[in-house]
Design a protein around this ligand. Structure first.
Ligand code: SF4
Length: 327
C-alpha cells in the first residue's frame, strides 16, 4: 500500500508570550513551547492511524500541521508523494478539498446562525461550481448517508435545534461533502454522550468504507483507538514513544508509557486487569521538557542514563517501534 501522508522530523515551537516584567529586562530570552518535537511517521492509503496520549502531548498540533492549518517550525510534510510543506496558500486550495478535519466540539465548529443544509453545503460553494439545486441535492444525499434523517426536515434546522449526536453528524457531513481522501478526526466523540459515541464510531467506520477514506484519529482514549484504528502511535510531550499495529500495541506493549496508558483502559473482566502503574504526577510543561527521555521523571524504570539522551524509535519486531533504552 502506498503512503498518503509522510512526515519527517516535524517540529512546531510556539513562542511564549512575555509578561510586562520580562519585557522590562533586556536580554530576557525568548522561550518556546515545544509542542511537536521531531516526529516522523507515515499513513498508508486507506489506513486509520490513531494518535493517542494525554492532553498536552501535541496530538492536535500534529493534526493541524498535517493539514497545513499551522506552519511547521521544521521538518517536511508529504501528501501522496508531493512535498506540501511550503506550498503557497493558493496552491494548497486543491489539497484542502482532499484533506478535511472534524473537530472535537461540534457546537464551536458550527455557526449558530447557519442552517444545517447551508453549513454542510458551504465547502461545496468554495470548491465546486454547482447550481443551488445541485448543491442541495448533494447535501440531502449525504445527510441520508450520515443518518441525518429525515434530511428534508433537518436541512432547515439551526444547530441549537439538534441533539449532540446530530450535531456531530453535521460536522462529519460537512467534512465529507467535498469527497476528501484524508480526514483528521480530532477527538470526534469526546464531547458526545456515551449513548451516541458507539454510533458515531460505527458511522465513521462505515463512511471510511463508502468514501475510501484515510483517517488520522486523534484520541486520549485507547479503547476507541482499538475499535477504529489499524495502527496506533503513542505521543508524549511532543514525541512519538511507540508506534505499531493495534494488535502489537495491545498484546505486547513495550514502552513504559504505553503500558501505563493501557493500564488505565477499563476491561470488562476484573481478573484480566493490567498491573502496570499509572505514571506518577502529571505531564510536565512543554516549555522546558525534561532532558533525554521526556518521560523519565514519571517512569518507574528510569536510570541516570535516561536523562542523558533521547532514545530513538527502535524496531522491536514486526511493525512495532519503541523509544526506550530498555529495548
Ligand atoms: Fe523509562 Fe528510561 Fe525507557 Fe524513558 S528511556 S521510558 S525513562 S526506562
Amino acid at each position: 500500500m502506498d503512503d498518503l501522508i509522510r512526515i519527517k522530523n516535524l517540529k512546531k515551537n510556539f513562542p511564549v508570550q512575555k509578561n510586562f516584567l520580562d519585557l522590562l529586562f533586556a536580554g530576557a530570552k525568548q522561550s518556546y513551547v515545544h509542542a511537536v518535537d521531531d516526529i516522523s511517521f507515515e499513513i498508508k492509503k486507506g489506513e486509520v492511524l490513531g494518535l493517542a496520549g494525554e492532553s498536552g502531548s501535541g496530538k492536535s498540533t500534529t493534526g493541524r500541521l498535517l493539514l497545513r492549518l499551522l506552519e511547521p517550525t521544521d521538518g517536511t510534510i508529504e501528501y501522496d508523494g508531493e512535498d506540501i510543506t511550503n506550498k503557497p496558500y493558493k496552491e494548497m486550495r486543491s489539497y484542502r478539498e482532499k484533506m478535511q478535519v472534524v473537530f472535537q466540539d461540534p457546537n464551536s465548529s458550527l455557526s449558530p446562525r447557519m442552517k444545517v443544509g447551508d453549513a454542510i453545503g458551504h465547502p461545496l460553494k468554495i470548491h465546486k461550481k454547482l447550481s443551488t439545486v445541485q448543491r442541495k441535492e448533494e447535501v440531502l444525499s449525504l445527510m441520508e448517508k450520515v443518518g441525518l434523517t429525515p434530511a428534508d426536515f433537518l436541512y432547515n434546522k439551526y444547530p441549537h435545534q439538534l441533539s449532540g449526536g446530530q450535531s456531530q453528524r453535521v460536522v462529519l457531513a460537512r467534512a465529507l461533502i467535498t469527497n476528501p481522501e484524508f480526514v483528521v478526526a480530532d477527538e470526534p466523540i469526546a464531547m458526545a454522550d456515551v449513548s451516541v459515541r458507539a454510533l458515531i464510531l460505527e458511522l465513521m467506520k462505515d463512511l471510511k468504507k463508502e468514501f475510501d477514506l484515510t483517517y488520522l484519529f486523534i484520541t486520549h482514549d485507547l479503547s476507541t483507538a482499538k475499535y477504529l484504528c489499524d495502527r496506533i502511535a503513542i505521543m508524549y510531550l511532543g514525541q512519538i514513544v511507540e508506534i505499531g499495529s493495534k494488535e502489537e500495541l495491545f498484546n505486547n506493549p513495550h514502552h513504559p508509557y504505553t503500558k501505563a496508558l493501557l493500564s488505565a483502559v477499563p476491561v470488562p473482566d476484573p481478573t484480566q486487569r493490567r498491573t502496570e502503574e499509572i505514571p506518577r504526577g502529571e505531564i510536565p510543561s512543554a516549555i522546558n521538557p525534561p532532558a533525554g527521555c521526556h518521560f523519565h521523571p514519571r517512569c518507574r524504570y528510569a536510570t541516570p542514563e535516561c536523562s542523558a539522551s533521547r532514545p530513538p524509535l527502535k524496531n522491536i519486531g514486526g511493525t512495532q517501534y519503541s523509544a526506550c533504552i530498555l529495548e
